[in-house]
Design a protein around this ligand. Structure first.
Ligand code: UD1
Length: 421
């Protein structure tokens, strides 16, 4: 498996284009199952998870092709609504095909995603919603089998126990073709949920309220294919903000708006980082003094759990002690032991990590079992003294397009090392 080799200590300066958002592309690709015909999606990031989704769509009977930032999905004829374990285990977000399949085919057989590195991550809320819409749900041999008597879901009032992100997306897709009106309460408010609603409406759906905690969906009889460009990735942008902050650099993040990053920007400003709007993006100027800053992760519009590892890495360099509390996932601190191996001083007690700032980090061989944890280790390598090897690059490739190429252009000394070198 490839590694990333980084020689730390460079100040990073320049402009970086922000890629299309993984977490917007995946549900949109899955939603294409709702309409026959030819869909064209642009600004799709070249990521392992995107390729897993196109393979899954192929397996279901669609024809999905990725080429140069564009995915074409052709749907004509029969769909086999079975999502097999070998693909679902590679990417938990495969569960996003569940809602579209049930809506389109009146049944679906989807492998349970199982445990993953950042906690148990059940899908009970997705299933509760489908049951309320009239589906029969059974768990058999590691698969969830959903059947809709009569073939078509019916609208329902559904209150989610937790504003689950992919759960809200699955239920929105399911309700789009249901008979009658569905009201989803306590929904996820992430920008990607709003984007999916926008896409579904472009396809002919009737959805209101996405981006708030109550979404109302008037089911329609059919949807049509569309052309659409994916929004920029706020987590990639947030990660580059931390890169600028940690290296006392000066970066222009091209193509990203302020609004989806408000919570991250507020915390980085509290930490002493300079952040300004520019005509074509956001400029981030790091300071040599990082102010210790406490963070509690929360569903949007709170501080995103997907930025927790990167922010914690930055706090390792602060002048004092910070507390980082993770409330969204129960086990999302895998980066802590690796950062400590690089000389950080972090102690975890339950859901809170206490981070005492240190003078410097030291290069080391590290690895992580999660996408954002891996990103935090790459940023750590950029500021550490000496050489860092980040192993299991597989995780980074799931969510960061051309990360080492982008960093090299900003002045980093970073390269991909093939195999186990
Ligand atoms: C999505 C994002 C992921 C992000 C996460 C939280 C995608 C493809 N992935 O993941 O990057 O980290 O949101 O912002 O968009 N839960 C239940 N029952 C359910 C569903 C969720 O208990 O039916 C729990 C989970 O175990 C977890 C919490 O709710 O503790 C949040 O999960 P959720 O919002 O569903 O995350 P994902 O949609 O999987």
């Amino acid at each position: 498996m490839d590694s990333i080799r980084i020689v730390g200590g460079k100040r990073l300066v320049g402009a970086v284009p922000i890629s299309g958002a993984k977490n917007a592309a995946l549900p949109i690709l899955a939603a294409s199952l709702l309409a026959d015909g030819n869909h064209v999606f642009r600004n799709v990031p070249n990521l392992r998870d995107v390729h897993t989704m196109t393979r899954l769509l192929d397996r279901l009977g669609a024809r999905a092709r990725y080429s140069d930032g564009c995915v074409q999905v052709e749907l004509a004829g029969a769909i086999d609504p079975t999502a097999p374990y070998d693909l679902v285990k590679q990417m938990r977000a495969s569960v996003l095909v569940l809602g579209p399949l049930v809506a389109r085919c009146g049944r679906a057989v989807v492998s349970l995603p199982g445990g993953c590195a950042i906690g148990a991550r059940p899908i009970d809320q997705h299933l509760k919603g489908l049951s309320a819409m009239g589906a029969d749900v059974e768990l058999r041999h590691g698969y969830v089998e959903v059947t809709v008597p009569g073939g078509r879901l019916r609208g329902a009032d559904i209150r989610l126990d937790f504003p689950t992100h992919t759960g809200t997306e699955n239920l929105m897709c399911a309700a789009a073709l249901a008979r009658g009106r569905t009201t989803l309460t306590n929904c996820a408010r992430e920008p990607e949920v709003e984007e999916l609603a926008h896409v579904l409406n472009k396809m002919g759906a009737r959805i209101e309220g996405a981006g708030t905690s109550v979404i109302s969906i008037e089911g329609v009889d059919s949807l049509h294919p569309i052309e659409h460009a994916i929004i920029p990735d706020r987590v990639e942008a947030g990660t580059f903000m931390v890169v600028a902050a940690a290296t006392a650099g000066d970066l222009l993040l091209r193509g990203i708006a302020f609004e989806p990053l408000q919570a991250v920007i507020a915390k980085l400003r509290e930490a002493g980082v300079g952040i300004e709007r520019e005509d074509d993006g956001i400029r981030v100027v790091g300071s040599h003094v990082i102010v210790p800053t406490d963070v509690i992760t929360q569903p949007h519009p709170g501080f995103p759990t997907d930025m927790q590892a990167q922010f914690m890495m930055l706090m390792c360099l602060a002048k004092g002690t910070s507390r980082i509390t993770e409330t969204v996932f129960e086990n999302r601190f895998m980066h802590v032991s690796e950062l400590n191996r690089m000389g950080a001083d972090i102690q975890v007690n339950g859901r809170t990590a206490t981070v005492r700032g240190v003078e410097k980090l030291q290069g080391a061989e590290v690895m992580a079992t999660d996408l954002r944890a891996s990103a935090s280790l790459v940023v750590a390598g950029l500021v550490a003294e000496g050489t860092t090897y980040v192993r299991r690059v597989y995780h980074l490739d799931r969510g960061y397009e051309h990360i080492e190429k982008k960093l090299v252009q900003l002045g980093a000394q970073i390269e991909r090392v093939p195999g186990d070198a």
